[in-house]
Design a protein around this ligand. Structure first.
Ligand code: FAD
Ligand code: NA7
Length: 532
């Protein structure tokens, strides 16, 4: 039996969250830290999601850390949005510049973590059987990280190749192939648009039609790049003081305060400029809260679909009928892709997939769609998905799965009751926002708290009333919006059998997040007895 190694902190994950957490604890607090990732290198989301067309839809200059000023200065901002190779390149530069890899154990999953109440330490075990004892257990497991591969009958019988978008291997060629894509979320729309010109034929299996607006991606002029770099201070100021952290001019203007002509002109301007969050949050302040305002946005997008897509029957299938209240999407020519002769659309709500056969996909109408490749763009077991994949035990040996059986909860998206000195980056009920700034705030918050714990030699957990109050607040806020009325991963609605419950703070960043957190945090936390 291997002996436990003693270190100060274990960080799980080497994406945006884990990398910054490691740096903070190691370089600023001087702790002995190890980070672990199942991946063979840094990047998290951007290590795994290498599918064709993978793109962030936050403006590239804000899909970065604010704290590495030299890197911000030296990085080229070539396009409005950064693609996967650019983002992975950026995160590799961060790891290199700060020599982070020497404290990361790659190709290694954490398989269990349990709190030792007597010693006020965590015992953590890896899937390689190595054991560590640490004072702080920090999880940065990712909120869109546990892949959802639906259990469609016959899946294993397929004789061609099949890939999930988030487990995309190197060197896949789709040139001339008969390809089927299941799923038309953010990922599906990106893949479909990117591969249609290369493949022989593309059959899209759509369960829910999708509202998406143009991304407006394209080169950033040198002048604009200089302007961004010269004004980074005020740009970040705007981010820290905004609700969504996307660098938008968030508006409170109501749809009801403008004429029909003005409303359409505002939508058209946002359509021409591009950006999903811009379309939802920079046009009017009530699209996400008022069904009538929402209907105007729906109608505008549906009319665009009918204008763009030449075949009326296909256009009709592409028109969503439900609310515009999921994470807002944008694309680089998604609807127009259906004008290509090699692309066809199957509405699997009307005509469900019966099974996967050795040769392709059989739908209820009896048609066997013959395929060489099936792409699952079927999303993620989001937010708490990775937490369900290993055993976490807190006070009295209580399992986190049991603790969250009615739906995951937290205080401020970072802390649980009953799990002292376990801290979550982007845990349940964290912000629905541009995520790198949200991650930064959470990492700073957690490391400030760890500094306190170190100073006073204490362990800390969320008070149970703080968790309940935070859940109530998140739910109240969510129900002021239309988001609970749409079926999406934000509520766990995309996974059969998953408990339907709110998983994000769905409106804006918690008011405390832009401020010095320590006093606020300590207010909602329970301090346990001095450790030793
Ligand atoms: P991740 O980057 O997901 O990293 C988590 C890591 O934890 C993974 O590498 C995983 O292997 C590891 N891990 C999990 N469990 C274990 C375990 N038990 N043991 C060891 N390792 C483990 N956000 C935006 O704000 N803007 C965008 O435009 C945007 N675009 C996106 C596009 C795609 C295709 C996807 C999938 C997500 C996008 N996101 C976007 C969300 C994105 O996930 C976050 O922005 C951010 O990358 C999350 O970083 P993270 O470090 O919290 O988690
Ligand atoms: P999403 O947004 O969850 O989309 C997944 C898509 O896959 C969506 O169209 C689903 O339809 C579809 N899906 C899932 N399961 C099935 C089955 N069994 N059959 C048919 N279709 C299915 O995931 P993405 O990866 O696109 O995006 C996730 C986030 O990553 C996104 O919000 C960005 O933040 C980046 P449904 O809509 O559930 O009917």
């Amino acid at each position: 039996m291997s002996k436990n190694k003693y270190i100060d902190a274990v960080v799980v994950g080497a994406g945006f969250g884990g990398l910054y957490m490691l740096k903070k604890l190691r370089d600023e607090l001087g702790l002995d830290v190890l980070a672990f990732d199942k991946a063979s290198d840094v990047g998290g989301t951007w290590y795994w999601n290498r599918y064709p067309g993978a793109l962030s839809d936050t403006e590239a200059y804000l899909y970065v850390y604010s704290w590495d000023k030299e890197l911000l200065e030296s990085q080229k901002i070539s396009h409005h949005y950064a693609n996967q190779p650019t983002i992975i390149g950026y995160l590799n530069s961060v790891a290199d510049r700060h020599d982070l890899r020497k404290n990361i154990v790659f190709n290694t999953g954490i398989s269990s973590a349990s709190y030792n109440e007597a010693c006020k330490t965590w015992d953590v075990e890896t899937d390689k059987g190595e054991k560590y004892t640490c004072r702080y257990f920090v999880t940065a497991l990712g909120l869109l990280s546990a892949s959802n591969v639906p259990n469609i009958p016959g899946r294993e019988s397929f004789l061609g190749k099949s890939y999930h978008s988030a487990q995309w291997p190197e060197g896949v060629s789709l040139e001339g192939k008969r390809v089927g894509v299941i799923g038309t979320g953010s990922t599906g729309t990106q893949i479909i648009t990117a591969i249609a010109p290369q493949v022989g034929s593309l059959t899209v299996f759509q369960r829910s039609a999708q509202y998406t607006v143009p991304a407006g991606n394209g080169p950033v002029s040198e002048e604009r790049e200089r302007e961004i770099k010269a004004n980074y201070e005020s740009i970040w100021d705007n981010v820290w003081n905004s609700s969504l952290g996307f660098g938008l001019n968030e508006t409170s203007r109501s749809v009801h305060d403008v004429s029909d002509e003005e409303r359409d002109a505002i939508f058209q301007k946002a359509w021409d400029t591009g950006g999903g969050f811009r379309f939802m949050f920079e046009t009017f302040g009530d699209i996400a809260t008022d069904e009538i305002a929402n209907k105007y946005a729906q109608d505008f997008i549906r009319n665009k679909i009918k204008e763009i897509v030449k075949d009326p029957a296909t256009a009709e299938k592409l028109c969503p009928k439900d609310l515009y209240a999921k994470r807002p999407l944008c694309d680089s020519g998604y609807y127009a892709t259906y004008n290509r002769d090699n692309v066809s659309l199957v509405d699997v709500k009307a005509n469900p997939i019966e099974k996967i056969t050795p040769n392709g996909i059989l739908t209820r109408d009896g048609v066997e769609h013959e395929l060489d490749v099936i792409i699952f763009a079927t999303g993620f077991d989001a937010v708490d998905g990775n937490y369900a994949k290993f055993e976490v035990r807190g006070l009295n040996g209580e399992s986190l799965k049991e603790h969250w059986k009615e739906g995951p909860s937290s205080y401020l998206g970072m802390f649980n009751n009953g799990y002292p000195n376990m801290f979550m980056v982007l845990g349940p009920n964290g912000p629905f926002s541009n995520l790198p700034p949200a991650i930064e705030i959470q990492v700073r918050f957690i490391s400030d708290l760890i500094r306190y714990c170190e100073k006073d030699r204490v362990a800390v957990e969320a008070a149970s009333e703080s968790v309940s109050a935070w859940s109530d607040t998140c739910n109240e806020i969510a129900h002021m919006t239309l988001f609970p009325k749409a079926e999406s991963w934000i509520f766990g609605a995309n996974i059969p059998g998953k408990k339907k419950a709110l998983r994000r703070w769905v409106w804006n960043s918690p008011p405390e997040l832009g401020q010095d957190m320590t006093s606020t945090t300590t207010g909602g936390m329970a301090w346990t007895a001095p450790r030793f």
